[in-house]
Design a protein around this ligand. Structure first.
Ligand SMILES: Cc1cc2nc3c(=O)[nH]c(=O)nc-3n(C[C@H](O)[C@H](O)[C@H](O)COP(=O)(O)O)c2cc1C
Length: 282
């Protein structure tokens, strides 16, 4: 079966998870294709689709919803959703409601959703040790999760009323993205390398006179700020929250004692849920 991944990924986390999934599927004899979602992405029919994206304000980023709305009607193709988020809070679960609704309205056979914790690309920078532990858990999970998809199994979670309500209220993020994005600019450290423009999935950054110019189509993916080699992108009211530079996923994993107070119990229960299961298999 050919499984096509359509992945929106501002700073590479979701793409990394989807690639790991696709590798596992290939090992079990499936054909996979990964399409990085941007304004020009077009859908081509296949045996199964997987939609990957990061959670933004407990919701789905707008470009993903736009892509899903552009899909043809009447397809009965099995569909799965893969979300990544910076913390394992239950509110993130509600992010899959809108994409699932659109897919179902279009006639796709939505069969499951998967959620992985990956390091933050906004708010604050996780330690590399924490990123490595998150990645370690992804690696423990992808084998069985990819088997569920490749066998067209079902994998759903329940979303509570409070989670739905909070996610609904935070949809305010959608109209706010372009307003906030209009305030993005390059600081004096900018060397004019153009990496931000090349990275922008919305084509919202154009280089003029060796400097990036930010338009009004920003979706707050943070790819520009994250990938700037001189940390020159200033992200408007989110500037204090910007995260710059790749994580080292090969670092030594953080121990329980290294996990700070922020969402500590959620991280611990997320890690142990999979690590303990994995230990008991050995
Ligand atoms: C604008 C924005 C909003 C975010 N909101 C949330 C959130 O509500 N919950 C969460 O756990 N992570 C949130 N994150 C963090 C990302 O979901 C997380 O770092 C993700 O793995 C990034 O994936 P990517 O590299 O594929 O873009 C947010 C990130 C951005 C840029």
């Amino acid at each position: 079966m050919k499984i096509a991944f359509y992945v929106f990924s501002g700073t590479g986390n979701t793409l990394r998870v989807c690639k790991a999934m696709a590798d596992e599927m290939e090992k079990s004899g499936n054909e996979t294709e990964i399409y990085r979602m941007d304004r020009k992405t077009e859908y081509s029919p296949c045996g199964c689709i997987v939609i990957g994206y990061p959670v933004h304000a407990f919701n789905t980023p707008l470009p993903v919803l736009k892509f899903l709305r552009s899909l043809p009607r009447g397809e009965k193709t099995p569909a799965y959703i893969i979300q990544t988020s910076g913390e394992p809070m239950g509110f993130n679960r509600a992010a899959c409601i809108s994409p699932m609704k659109i897919l179902m309205k279009k006639g796709f056979d939505v069969r499951g959703t998967f959620s992985y914790v990956m390091p933050y690309n906004i708010i604050f920078r996780h330690s590399d040790a924490m990123a490595a532990r998150m990645w370690n858990v992804v690696r423990m999970r992808v084998h069985s999760d990819s088997q569920v998809i490749a066998s067209l199994g079902k994998h759903f979670w329940k979303t509570g009323a409070v989670e739905k309500a909070v996610s609904f209220i935070l949809r305010i993020e959608h109209p706010a993205t372009s307003l906030i994005g209009r305030g993005f600019k390059a600081g004096s450290q900018c060397t004019g390398c153009g990496k931000c423009a090349a990275r922008c999935p919305e084509g919202n950054i154009v280089m003029r006179g060796g400097r990036p110019h930010f338009g009004s189509e920003c979706c707050l993916c943070m790819g520009c700020a994250f990938s700037c080699p001189s940390d020159a992108v200033r992200t408007s009211i989110l500037n204090a929250w910007r995260v710059n530079g790749k994580y080292d996923f090969s670092a030594e994993c953080a121990g329980d004692e290294d996990i700070g107070r922020y969402c500590r119990s959620s991280y611990l229960s997320y890690f142990h849920r999979y690590e303990d299961r994995n230990k008991s298999k050995v």
